[in-house]
Design a protein around this ligand. Structure first.
Ligand code: FAD
Length: 696
């Protein structure tokens, strides 16, 4: 995969959902224009590279998954470098640059990258370039783009140093081998920018210096506000730097054959899938609640599916049928939906190492691909916008798409595409002269991911059943979105179980099973830490507002059953902090009272954030407020009784607000300053006694 004559560097990626791989491919692609050759491998392909003997600089792109874990593909690698018997100079010969991907709304931001970075440092490896940590919550590209821009100069210097070392190797003492290496600031220095411009100029230019009057696109004076389709000065009059056009590499052939689409299990690499019936569906919220929460019960009795309370599992979900139809229509392929297609790498493509995306089956119909394989709702990346420019005939639309993928239009991209959750269909609606090909969609749309849900039941309490709770995600119509939409998975599930919901409302209060033919395909996603304490006598605190209560219902059901079955055991006290907007509309599990009555739950603290109160002292609104009111008890459970603390639910604000409250509580009760309290919380996390399961 590597050409000897060019200056080589090793490029490793560790990906969970494909982003780190896509970024590595971008680096690989750009390398040629800088006179370099990236020898690229997935970090799991440990037979294809050897860091122990690697002389060239190494670039690592690595994402983070779960609660701060490296991706599954990096597990073996991490295990290998974590080996405690390795000497501190094990990687003293190694120069590397690392780009970590993460999401700062999760507690352990970029922990996958940080873990590898820290360990490589401990083993003597040296940075030739500062580590970049890209944050998906604000846009990976904000760090990724400048990091890649700066990488080339750093790589060239590292390679130059290496060459000088090699030249002098025989004559000079080993002190050189530990000499200082250039470490570059991540921020774009003017030097780096100049280099990029020169390099880009040299390869026939991907800079579009296009003055507005060239294409005579002056914004009408009345449109003073920018929008998805419209820009205002200075952007509308600016020369643009747009990314290089990604080379096409896929071709699609329609086949005149009959057959069956692949089984859904073949789309999943994470292990065994189970197709199970939905046996019950309950709407937990009233019609006038802001969000609709549903509880679904699945029948797993005849399967080998196993779980523990606290685990999550994944639902394989399809795209919305009418969106698929619309896309087929726009592609001009409405008649071909049921035709089998063969997806191949385009002969003579300029994309290096091009391979067919693994999430596209070898033989399936066009509809199957658009329904089950491609995330058609994905927010289009700049490279995709760049490619769409070439499929757009209207000059105004073309210019706007160029702006949106340009460096100068970065904030418009963030505002009108990213933050507005714009998807391909929204774009095709807003830019009607844009007519992409099917192959372009296959090149740019990511894999449709299965969605995770926390199990909300106990296998002891309800053998053969698995329950989960979710809010139906709603995207309201807006300036960038002509129609309102529901979340891909939650919208599909809500539609799937609508007939069941109807039945369960009519038969309220009656027992017995409601017959259902609806099935969903699921697979396990065990959680290594978010489980009940192994010792039942240990007290624990659960904090789960909204649907965050889901796993705790499983915990409590399990605990209730254990109490019934083991009357001689000692059980620690249990606390539950729950919050919702309104007592009458979205108090999801009123049966919590039963757990309280039968002693399974020792303390139940509930708060309502939108309830008006006439009380002199306003009642607490949020779970963190109630926690503060219970400071002494919380501190007692955590510090004196070595109890556990679980937080589940919204990652955006709640999880941070709760940990801030716990820091305040610890600081107050320990009579220590905030730093000490933060250290104590860090120790609790380390000891896996402060556990989080949070999602957006
Ligand atoms: P999608 O189509 O994927 O859309 C969701 C995306 O849209 C998110 O990026 C979100 O930030 C954004 N979004 C949401 N609302 C809006 C809006 N109004 N406007 C603009 N953007 C918006 N969810 C549960 O409900 N219950 C659970 O028990 C649960 N457990 C989870 C456990 C784990 C380990 C993980 C990782 C996630 C869990 N989730 C849970 C989240 C769940 O996996 C899905 O992300 C969620 O149900 C939405 O899926 P969807 O396909 O319907 O939405």
């Amino acid at each position: 995969m590597c050409c000897e004559s060019k200056r080589r560097f090793l490029l490793l990626y560790a990906t969970q959902k494909g982003q780190a791989k896509a970024i590595a491919e971008e680096i690989w692609q750009q390398a040629g224009a800088h006179g370099l050759e990236a020898d690229m491998h997935c970090i799991s392909e440990m037979d294809k590279y050897n860091l122990e003997t690697e002389k060239d600089p190494v670039v690592i792109v690595i994402s983070t998954t779960g609660t701060g874990d490296p991706p599954d593909t990096a597990r073996k690698f991490v295990k290998k470098i974590q080996d405690k018997t390795l000497p501190p100079d094990h990687f003293a010969h190694l120069q590397y640059g690392l780009l970590g991907l993460g999401d700062s709304e999760y507690m352990f931001f970029c922990n996958g990258g940080r873990t590898v970075d820290r360990r490589l440092q401990e083993l003597g490896a040296q940075h030739f370039y500062d580590t970049g940590l890209a944050d998906d919550s604000v846009g990976l590209e904000l760090v990724v783009d400048p990091w890649i821009d700066g990488l080339w100069l750093a790589l060239k210097e590292a390679l130059q140093l290496q060459k000088e070392k090699e030249d002098m190797n025989n004559a000079v003492s080993s002190s050189l081998s530990t000499g200082p290496h250039a470490v570059h600031e991540l921020k774009l220095s003017s030097e780096v920018q100049n280099l990029k411009l020169e390099d880009e100029g040299a390869r026939g230019s991907d800079i579009l210096s296009q003055k507005l009057d060239d294409i005579n696109l002056v914004a009408p004076a009345r449109d003073t506000e920018p929008s998805l389709v419209h820009s205002v000065p200075p952007l509308s009059q600016s020369a643009l730097n747009i990314p290089a056009l990604p080379p096409e590499y896929i071709e699609v052939e329609f086949q005149d054959i009959q057959g069956e689409n692949p089984h859904l299990s073949s789309l999943i690499s994470e292990g065994r899938t189970f197709e199970v019936p939905v046996t019950r569906a309950v709407q937990l919220t009233r019609e006038d609640a802001i969000k609709t929460a549903l509880l679904l019960e699945l029948d797993i009795a005849d399967t080998a599916f196993e779980y523990q309370p606290g685990d999550a599992f994944c639902v394989i979900c399809p795209n919305n049928v009418s969106e698929v139809e619309k896309l087929l229509h726009i592609l001009g392929l409405s008649e071909k939906g049921d035709d089998f297609v063969c997806v191949k790498v385009k002969q003579g493509t300029k994309k290096k190492g091009a391979v067919c995306p693994q999430h596209i089956p070898e033989r399936s119909t066009l509809k199957f691909i658009l329904t089950w394989c491609l995330e058609i709702r994905a927010i289009p990346k700049k490279a995709f916008l760049r490619a769409l420019v070439e499929c757009t005939s209207d000059a105004r639309e073309k210019r706007r798409l160029q702006e949106l993928c340009s460096r100068q239009g970065a904030s418009d991209y963030t505002h009108f595409i990213r933050d507005s959750n714009v998807c391909l269909l929204d774009l095709l609606h807003a830019f009607p002269s844009c007519k992409p090909s099917l192959s372009l969609l296959i090149e740019h749309l990511p894999k449709l991911q299965a969605r995770s849900y926390s199990v909300s039941s106990s296998n002891l309490y309800q053998p053969g059943r698995l329950c989960f709770v979710f809010n139906v995600v709603e995207f309201p119509a807006g300036p960038s979105r002509p129609v309102s939409r529901k979340g891909v998975c939650t919208g599909w599930l809500a539609e799937l179980v609508a007939p069941l919901l109807h039945t369960s409302k009519n038969s309220q209060g009656t027992k017995g099973e409601i017959f259902s033919t609806e099935k969903v395909s699921i697979f396990p996603r065990p959680n290594n830490a978010f489980h009940l304490p192994a010792d039942p006598s240990v007290p624990f605190i659960m904090v789960g507002p909204g649907t965050g209560i889901a796993p705790f219902i499983g915990f409590l059901q399990h605990r209730q059953k254990l109490r019934e079955e083991h009357t001689d055991w000692e059980f620690g006290e249990t606390w539950l902090f729950f919050g919702c907007r309104h007592q009458d509309r979205d108090y999801l599990f009123k049966q919590l009272q039963c757990f309280l009555k039968n002693g399974t739950l020792t303390h139940l603290k509930v708060c309502f954030s939108r309830e008006s109160s006439t009380a002199e002292v306003a009642p607490p609104k949020y779970v963190q407020d109630v926690l503060r009111l219970c400071a002494k008890e919380v501190a007692r459970v955590l510090l004196k009784e070595r109890g556990y603390f679980y937080v589940c639910g919204d990652k955006k604000h709640m999880a941070d607000d709760v940990s801030d409250a716990v820091v305040d509580i610890l600081s107050m009760e320990m009579e220590a300053d905030k730093l000490e309290a933060m250290k104590s919380l860090a120790m609790l996390r380390e000891a896996k006694r402060y556990l989080q399961d949070v999602w957006s």
